[in-house]
Structure formats: structure tokens, C-alpha cells
Design a protein around this ligand. Structure first.
Ligand SMILES: Cc1ncc(COP(=O)(O)O)c(C=O)c1O
Length: 416
């Protein structure tokens, strides 16, 4: 039995009341119109999984704050048995996420890392190997280096922009290429279609962490990726009020395997958290347009500023990944990183001085955030191949009035 067959057997065995049969987000009438053409992105964001509540007519999906569901007789119920295995508010979110990424299965998790853990423990086992970006998000790298390594899953950090280096790193036991694009915090870009080709030629799969771009700007499944990963804490939630994660695939068998593990491992979000992410997702399109427009103005200011030594943004023609970004993204996103002429002291000083940009971790909310990756989000990779420069500052450009953002950065940079 290969591992897929074993998992399929597990899934079959799990169809008993003891384990609960999992309910996850699939497709609904909002995934495609009657003639097969897709609904627009914003229409899917507002409607997929979110038809009016059949019991009450509530237009907004209710928060089903319940752990269990009545059975009229043993084993006879309305599809839900226990909220780890499935909850209607979570199903609505999962269906919406599947529709936004063009997948057939959507799964929501308690955090982005819970989603990653589920994906990795579904798709790898002792002896497996994974190619990871050499500038992956610090928490993702920590999962590989400090947790999965102990369970016999090996990994090789590679600059994913160098496709020959990726080919050279792939081994017979490579189960997965893990891609993040654009990356956190260096904003490097990887060619999703090319990586999918390399993975599939080697009998491996491609996972893409689409957190920075969001499904509004980039659609990895359409480019050949097997599964998309999100920290929904970021742009999908969009309001810095919830922690969550997601997986989406259009491979039905992989979707079943992931759903099985989601239930078996249990890292699911509660109903209220699912509802918050779903509410955030409705406005993703309009928010992303403003994030991108504001980020472009901030980039313009930083490029001209004498205290700034370089600006990292995929929208710049001189960015090494610009051509690929132009091919696979519809706009270049709301994340901007830059380096200071005055080194780490100047970087820390700018972080201390902003008044509209709030000093804090995370990203993708409506409010602008500033951080020092070396000492904050990426402290966990200090001393490793993934260490980030100490003069680097990362901005999550929010959707405030852009003139206020520009004035804030101008006064913060003036002091240096
Ligand atoms: C690109 C990326 N992926 C995954 C994660 C992990 O998500 P979470 O914090 O929701 O666990 C983060 C968190 O910052 C991230 O930036």
C-alpha cells in the first residue's frame, strides 16, 4: 500500500461515529454559473458558501456556537455531528475560500501554522524531503527545522528564484516543494508555474503560501500548484482581529486526505473566528486595491529618500522578480521592505518614531504596521541560512489616507 492508499483506507475506517465524518467546504452554486463561466471574484467573496440561512432567512451566515448536534436516531442527523469534524459557520468559510482560490476543497484552521502542520503531516512522513525557500517566513522555517526534522522529515533551503538550484535540490524522496511568493520579509518572487513543472516532473507536489498576495492578486492553483496555504490572520481576515489559516486544493483525493487529517489532528477554528474571517473576505478585493495603491505611493517616497539604501518591492522594474510577478500577479501587493543607510540603529529608530504606522508584528490589516524583522517576526531564524539583514524594516501598508502615511514616514525618516 502506498501512502495515498493508506490514507484512503484510514479515511474509510474513519467513517464511524467514533471518529465523526468530517464536513468541509466544497463548491456551491457560486463556484460557477449555470453555463460554466465563473462568477466575478467579489461576487464569490460575498456569496460563496453564504446563501441565506435556510432555517431563519438570515442574510448573514449565523455564528453556530455549538459543539454538538442533535441526532433523531443513532447515526441520523442533518450532516453535522461534532464541531471539530464540521461546523456550519466553518463550512461557509471553507466553501468561500475554495471559491476564491478556484479549488474544490477548502479547509479552515486555527492558525496559518496549524494549516501548514496539517498539510505537512498529510503529505510527508519519516524519510520524506521538502525543498523550502531560503527566505521562508520564520515560523514556517522553524516548523521544518525544529519540529518536522525531529520526526524524520528533511528539508533543503533554496533560493526559489533560481530554478536550476531548485532542480538540483530535488531528490527521489522529495515529496513537496514549498513555495512562498512574494516572500516574508524580503519580497522575493518565485515562478509558480515553473516550480509546478519541476515538482511534477519529479513526482512531487507544489504547495504555495499565498498569504502575501491573497487570492485577489494571485491564483496559484490555476498556475499548476497542488495546494494553497494561507495565514487568514492577514489579508483574508484583514482587520487584525483574528488568527486563522487555510488550505485549498482542486485535487479531490488530496482534499479528502487533508480533510481527514484536519479532523484527526483537530487544529480547527471556532465558529466566531470562522465568521470573522468570512466577514473579512467579503471586502478583500476593495481592500487589496487600496493596499496596492497606497504601497505604490510609499515606494515612491522611499525610493527618493536619502536615508534609504534600497527598497524591496516586486512592482519595481529593477526588482529581480518583477517580470515573473508581472506575469502571475494582477498587482504587486501592500507589503514593502526597505533598508537603511544608517544600519540597524537607524532601522530601529524609524520603527520607534512612526505614529500612524503602528509598531507591531503581523500584516494585512486595514491599519499600517511597521516592524524590524531581524528582532521581531524573524528572530527565530537568527544565525541560520535564513537570517535577515539587521538594517531591514518591513511595512504592511494599510488603507488609511495615503497623505498621512507619507507624512508619517517622512517625519520618522528625517530623524535618522
Ligand atoms: C507568509 C506567512 N505564512 C504563514 C504564517 C503563519 O500564520 P499564523 O501566524 O496565522 O500561524 C505567517 C505569519 O506571519 C506568514 O507571514
Amino acid at each position: 500500500m502506498d501512502s495515498a492508499e493508506q490514507t484512503a483506507a484510514h479515511i474509510k475506517a474513519a467513517g464511524s461515529a467514533d471518529f465523526g465524518s468530517e464536513v468541509h467546504g466544497g463548491t456551491d452554486r457560486w463556484s460557477a454559473q449555470a453555463d460554466g463561466t465563473a462568477w466575478g471574484f467579489e461576487t464569490r467573496a460575498i456569496h460563496a458558501g453564504q446563501d441565506p440561512d435556510p432555517t431563519t432567512g438570515a442574510v448573514v451566515v449565523p455564528i453556530y456556537q455549538t459543539s454538538t448536534y442533535v441526532q433523531s436516531e443513532v447515526g441520523v442527523h442533518q450532516g453535522y455531528e461534532y464541531s471539530r469534524s464540521g461546523n456550519p459557520t466553518r463550512t461557509a468559510l471553507e466553501t468561500c475560500l475554495a471559491a476564491l482560490e478556484g479549488g474544490s476543497t477548502g479547509l479552515a484552521f486555527a492558525s496559518g501554522l496549524a494549516a501548514e502542520d496539517c498539510l505537512l503531516r498529510t503529505m510527508t512522513g519519516p524519510g520524506s524531503h521538502v525543498v523550502v525557500p531560503d527566505d521562508a517566513y520564520g515560523g514556517t522555517y522553524r516548523l521544518f527545522a525544529r519540529v518536522l526534522q525531529r520526526w524524520g522529515v528533511d528539508h533543503t533551503p533554496v533560493a526559489l528564484g533560481d530554478l536550476d538550484a531548485v532542480r538540483a535540490a530535488v531528490r527521489p524522496e522529495t515529496a513537496l516543494i514549498w513555495c512562498e511568493t512574494p516572500t516574508n520579509p524580503l519580497l522575493n518572487v518565485a515562478d509558480i508555474a515553473a516550480l509546478a513543472g519541476i515538482a511534477h516532473d519529479a513526482g512531487a507536489r507544489l504547495a504555495v503560501d499565498n498569504t502575501f498576495a491573497s487570492p485577489y492578486l494571485q491564483q496559484p492553483l490555476a498556475l499548476g500548484a497542488d495546494v494553497v496555504v494561507h495565514s487568514t490572520t492577514k489579508y483574508l481576515g484583514g482587520h487584525s482581529d483574528v488568527v486563522g489559516g487555510a488550505l485549498v486544493t482542486r485535487d479531490v483525493v488530496l482534499g479528502e486526505e487533508l480533510a481527514y487529517h484536519q479532523n484527526a489532528m483537530g487544529g480547527v477554528p471556532g465558529a466566531f473566528d470562522s465568521w470573522l474571517v468570512l466577514r473579512g473576505a467579503k471586502t478583500l478585493g476593495v481592500r487589496m486595491d487600496r493596499h496596492c495603491a497606497n504601497a505604490a505611493r510609499v515606494v515612491g517616497l522611499l525610493l527618493e529618500h536619502p536615508a534609504v539604501s534600497s527598497v524591496l518591492y516586486p512592482g519595481l522594474p529593477e526588482h529581480p522578480g518583477h517580470e515573473v510577478a508581472a506575469k502571475q500577479m494582477s498587482q504587486y501587493g501592500g507589503m514593502v521592505s526597505f533598508r537603511l543607510v544608517g544600519g540597524e540603529a537607524a532601522a530601529l529608530d524609524v520603527c520607534r518614531r512612526t505614529r500612524v504606522f503602528t509598531l507591531g508584528e503581523s500584516l494585512g490589516g486595514v491599519e499600517s504596521l511597521i516592524e524590524h524583522p531581524g528582532r521581531m517576526t524573524h528572530a527565530s531564524v537568527a544565525g541560520s541560512q535564513l537570517e535577515v539583514p539587521d538594517d531591514l524594516v518591513r511595512l504592511s501598508v494599510g488603507i488609511e489616507t495615503v497623505e498621512d502615511l507619507l507624512a508619517d514616514l517622512t517625519q520618522a525618516l528625517a530623524a535618522g
